[in-house]
Structure formats: C-alpha cells, structure tokens
Design a protein around this ligand. Sequence first.
Ligand code: ADP
Ligand code: F6P
Length: 348
Amino acid sequence: YEISECLVGSEMCIRDRIGGNRIMAKKVTTIGVLTSGGDAPGMNAAIRAVVRAGISSGLKVKGVRRGYAGLLEGDIIDMDTMSVTDIVQRGGTILFTSRCKEMMTPEGQQKAADICREHGIDGMVVIGGDGSFRGAQKLSANGINTIGIPGTIDLDIACTEYTIGFDTACNTAMEAIDKVRDTSASHERCSIIEVMGRTAGHIALWCGISNGSEYVLIPERAEENDEEEIIRKIISKRRIGKKHHIIVNAEGVGHSHEMAKRIEAATGIETRATVIGHIQRGGNPSCRDRVYASAMGARAVDLLLKGQTNRVVAYKNGEFTDFDIDYALQMTKDIDEHLYSMTKRLSR
Ligand code: ADP
Ligand code: F6P
C-alpha cells in the first residue's frame, strides 16, 4: 500500500491510503547498517552510501558487524566518513555477514531491538535478501524504524527487478563459462556448468544467453528439463558438425555430475561438469552494481529521515521506489518468460 505523510508537531504521521490508519513514526537521530545472508558484490557500495548519506544529513551512523548474529552480541562500531573510504570497488562486505537462527525467535527479535535501543540506534538499514527482510520486519515491529535494501546475487526478490550483486555475479559466471568453452571446444566435449541462484534460475538464464549455451536448465521450468531430448539434440547436432556443447544448469536443478555421466553414457561424447560455486559471489562489483547500490543506500537513509519504517527499497519499471515489507514479501516472482523462450529460439 502507498502511504501519505504529514507533519504533526515534530513527529511524522504516516497514513496508509487504504485504511487511513495513522502510524506515528519517530524522528531518527542514530542509524545502524548491517549486511545479512549471503554476501554480494556491491554491498560495500551500499554501506558507503548509507554512511555518507546519513552523516551528510546530520545523523550518527553505526555499523553492526556479522548481521543479526553480531547485533545480538552487540558487535557494533561507530562509522565515520573515513570508515567507508576505499570500499566502493571491493566485493564482499566490510561489515561481515552471517545467518542467525536466534533472530528467527520472538525472544531474539525482542533482544535485537533492545540492543539497538541500548546503543541509541533508532533506525536500521538491513542489506540482504528475503530472509533478512523478515528479520527487518520483526525489528520494525519491535519499534526500530527499519528499511531493507535488496542485496543478493540470486535476483530472487519479487518486488524489485534489480538486486545488488546479480550483475557482477552474472559477469563472473559468464567469464568462467567462456573459459570452460575454450577447453570444452579443444577436447570436443560436452560441458555442463552449474551456476548459483538457490531456488531461482535468473543467473542461469542470463548466462545461458550471454554464453550462447545450447541448453539452460532452470528450476522454474523443471517440467521442461527433458534430459532425453537434450541427449537426442546433442547427437543430432554432432551429426551436422557441432564439435562441442555447453549446457548451463541452475543450482536449483543441480545434479550436474550425475547428469554428465548419463549424457556421456548415452551419447558417447566425453562430458564434464563444472560447478562454479562461490567464485561467482566475489570480485569487484560492476559499474551497475556500484551505482544502483549507492542509489539504494541513499534512498534508505531518505526513508529513515522521513520517519518511515518497514519499507524495502526497490528498482521497478525503470525507477527507484520502495514497498512495504509485508506487501513485498507476499509478492511472487517468475522467470522472465521472454528471455527464457529466446534461449530456445537462439540455440537452434
Ligand atoms: P537472505 O537474506 O539472503 O534471504 P537467509 O534466508 O539466510 O538469507 O536469511 C538471513 C538471515 O535473516 C537469517 O539467518 C536470519 O537471521 C534472518 N531471518 C530469516 N528468516 C527470518 C524470519 N522468518 N524471522 C526473522 N529473521 C529471519
Ligand atoms: O543466496 C546467495 C547464495 O550464493 C545462493 O546462490 C546459494 O544457494 C547460497 O547463497 C549459498 O550459501 P552458502 O554460502 O551459505 O553456502
């Protein structure tokens, strides 16, 4: 739902347009920033933007190290403008990240909010994926104004067309697949390359297109992943002179090594599987990741300055925007059907 704002005394009053409910939001003076879940190239650019935008707007900024695990241990440091110098170009996250079970309990969530208050943190920016936003939702419900920024290489957040790290991860995976192609072509082999994405096939789809692969296997279209058909096509393409074959397989489909054995046995063509793994989560962020992460970091601070909470920053229909986290977490996302059907057309 959209919200309208009005000032009542020194407090910000937010009305949701559907119910007209008035939510009094506190004015923030000290904000925290943390990274949570899998790291992603560009997270540092977002941290830098939060710190610099916050300080330039008169806020105190604190960095929470190791995500919610660090928050629950009070692992919190002061951030000044120099603390984020020389990081915009670096992969990973200078604040470290983690996955934390305690944050999934009501006691942990209450404790996290209490620790924020002890450190004077009245606004928090959480950079992470859907799981991290659920934690952000709980922090918000426990009285800490909280804003999420989508940071994951998987692009699996429904409310946004862009997530920090996806662009770099695709470029890294694409370059790795180019290298596999060199050796695959030299040995006249079939190569299956498995890319990350958890249960989403976005990285696989983009690599499938950018690497000119013959097949892309994604979990969203599991029913179309017909191994018999793949085998038939490899054999018929060999007959018309194709010397090597590239198959991009999504992590969510998996079983690349077993698939390689079956394809080799059925076609008689040497087949190898390569699981790219965590290499695609590291490295210097691309220009796009640095710019979009910077814009999202600054927008998160602007939302906190307006007294808003429980929002997630997004990029949709060509512009930066934001959504209520409850609403965002209910949204669903499918693969880009246009891109998917194109892979089939172009791999003939
Ligand atoms: P991502 O944020 O990339 O989706 P995870 O799903 O691993 O990564 O979530 C990161 C962290 O967010 C979890 O380790 C946990 O601390 C927190 N989290 C996940 N789900 C919830 C939840 N339902 N309630 C509160 N916190 C959660
Ligand atoms: O969410 C990012 C991601 O890299 C997924 O693509 C992958 O499934 C997962 O994290 C791997 O997590 P971990 O580094 O904990 O093994």
